[in-house]
Every structure is written in structure tokens, then in C-alpha cells.
Design a protein around this ligand. Structure first.
Ligand code: ADP
Ligand code: MG
Length: 282
């Protein structure tokens, strides 16, 4: 599919975050609804071309746990890069929990499974480390599918927006075990319905937040409210000592994940509830 800017009609803005703006668009020639992410990159045309080349690897990332990729191009003004991907019509988990509250436990099991399977696919098949696992990068559609997006495929993109990533201030090398840590934080956030740093919920500056993460004990679930298996899984993901932290393969064999796999919870029915509640809230 040769994507051109002039073939895309803007439908609505979906949101924006670190270094990007996302809108819902329609590709007129194929009638496909897509999500188009614009990334602003101050770079020479040559670097931009290299980024586009690096992004073509996304065509090979095919998994039911990964948001699929349609294509990328440099925008007319020649200053931005547009990435077109599968539109996920129920949205991201951050928006969902902010509207409907903590994610129900049986659904959380399916989310854990999808995230771990997605990360394991990226790393196992493409040696790709995600680098940005968080609720807004886990998307849901009304078929009940859960998929991850926004992983770091392009070394050039990573370099040019590195300054905006606070975790980089620490200077530690990012590995697939860092993704496992982020999975732990993400699961706690979804389970309690708020970002778990700091434990008392007070506001911190970015620097205070970093100091807290480095110096204090990792966040934990409130005692007695969650199943032991889930508590154990999040604790393992959040081992500060990297050598104690399980890898993705090990996590996929964790009893919590094995149980989640067997569960026949109706994720599609849950998405109908979410949509009803979020239209009521608007
Ligand atoms: P962030 O992930 O930091 O929130 P992004 O620029 O990646 O910032 O995305 C902005 C918002 O756009 C996300 O929070 C999400 O709600 C929405 N979004 C991103 N990609 C898609 C997609 N493929 N389908 C539907 N919504 C999306
Ligand atoms: Mg994102």
C-alpha cells in the first residue's frame, strides 16, 4: 500500500503525547479507517529518509498482539513523519481506566497475557525492545482484541526524541528487562486506577519522581485486595535487582499468566460496557 498524504481525510483528533499527535483518518482509495501519528523531528532530509527505511521493519511485525502498520511518509511541509497504523476503536487503557475506573481483574489477566505475548513476539522475532510500555500504548478494539503499539523500531527516532524521555536521565542501558519493569508498573496502575508513584499519590516534579524510583522501594499493590498470583507477578517484574527479574519467557509461564490464558472471560462484552460508560461520561 503506497500511502500518500493527499489520500487521507482527517476524521478527528485522538490525542497527543511525548513527541506525537494522533488522529483518526480515512484512506479514501481503500476506505480504510486508520490512526495517523505525526512525529515532529528536527533532522536533515537524509536522516529522515533513514528513519523511513528503519520504519519499514514495521511491515514485518505481524502478530495479533501488535497494532498493525500500514505505512509511513514524510509530510508535505517536509518536517514531520507520519506513521499510519491500525485504528483501535475502544482506545487506550489510560483513557479507559480514567473514565471507568480500575480495570476488572479478569480483564487484567487478558491484558497481561497480550502485553507479554506482544513483547515476546517483538523481542523473540525481531530483537525489538519496546522502551515505552505504559497504559496509553496498550490499545483495545470492539472485537475484544488487546494490542501494543509505539515500540522503538527506529534508532534514529529514538535518538532524536531521546531528550523527552525522563527515564533516559538515569543513563542506564535499556534492555528487555527494563520493559519487564514497565509491565509491572503498568499492571499496578491499571489495577488500582492511578499511576503508582509515589505511593501516597502526591504530585512530584520529574526529578523528584526519578529520585523516588531510584532510591525508594518499588510500588506494591494494596495488601489483601488482589489475588496472590497477581501480586507475585507484579513483585517479580518490579525486582530492583535486574538479575532477580524474570524474562518474558519466564513470565509467560507464571501461574497468573497460565490461568489468564485458560480464562474464557468475554473481553468483547467488557468493551461494550466501556463504550457505554464513556459515552455516558461525555
Ligand atoms: P501517548 O501514548 O503518550 O498518550 P501518543 O501520541 O502515542 O501519546 O498517542 C496519543 C493518544 O492517541 C493515545 O493516548 C491514544 O489514546 C490515542 N491513540 C494512539 N494510537 C492509536 C490507535 N492506533 N488507535 C486509536 N487510538 C490511538
Ligand atoms: Mg503512544
Amino acid at each position: 500500500l503506497d500511502l500518500r498524504s493527499e489520500d487521507l481525510i482527517l476524521l478527528r483528533e485522538l490525542g497527543s503525547g511525548n513527541g506525537g499527535t494522533v488522529s483518526q483518518v480515512k484512506h479514501v482509495t481503500t476506505q480504510t479507517i486508520m490512526a495517523k501519528k505525526i512525529i515532529h523531528i528536527e533532522a536533515k532530509p537524509q536522516v529522515r529518509k533513514q528513519i523511513l527505511r528503519e520504519l519499514t521493519i514495521l511491515h514485518e511485525c505481524n502478530s495479533k498482539y501488535i497494532v498493525s502498520f500500514y505505512g509511513a511518509f514524510v509530510t508535505e511541509e517536509d518536517r514531520d513523519i507520519a506513521i499510519c497504523m491500525e485504528y483501535m476503536d475502544v482506545g487506550s487503557l489510560d483513557a479507559i481506566y480514567k473514565k471507568t475506573g480500575p480495570i476488572p481483574l479478569p480483564i487484567l489477566g487478558k491484558i497481561t497475557l497480550a502485553v507479554l505475548e506482544g513483547l515476546n513476539y517483538l523481542y523473540g522475532s525481531h530483537k525489538i525492545i519496546h522502551r515505552d510500555v505504559k497504559p496509553s500504548n496498550i490499545l483495545v478494539n470492539s472485537k475484544g482484541q488487546i494490542k501494543i503499539c509505539d515500540f522503538g523500531v527506529s534508532g534514529q527516532v529514538i535518538n532524536s526524541i531521546a531528550d523527552t524521555f525522563p527515564e533516559r536521565i538515569q543513563g542506564a542501558t535499556y534492555t528487555v528487562r527494563s520493559d519487564v519493569w514497565s509491565v509491572g508498573i503498568t499492571l499496578i496502575e491499571l489495577a488500582i486506577g492511578r499511576f503508582p508513584f509515589p505511593p501516597d499519590g502526591s504530585k512530584l516534579t520529574v526529578l523528584e519522581l526519578l529520585q523516588h524510583i531510584v532510591n525508594e522501594a518499588p510500588p506494591t499493590l494494596p495488601p489483601g485486595e488482589f489475588p496472590d498470583d497477581f501480586d507475585d507477578l507484579t513483585k517479580k517484574c518490579l525486582s530492583k535487582d535486574v538479575s532477580q527479574r524474570p524474562n518474558l519467557q519466564e513470565l509467560l509461564k507464571h501461574p497468573y499468566v497460565v490461568e489468564a490464558q485458560k480464562s474464557n472471560v468475554d473481553v468483547e462484552a467488557w468493551t461494550r460496557n466501556v463504550r457505554r460508560k464513556s459515552t455516558a461520561a461525555n
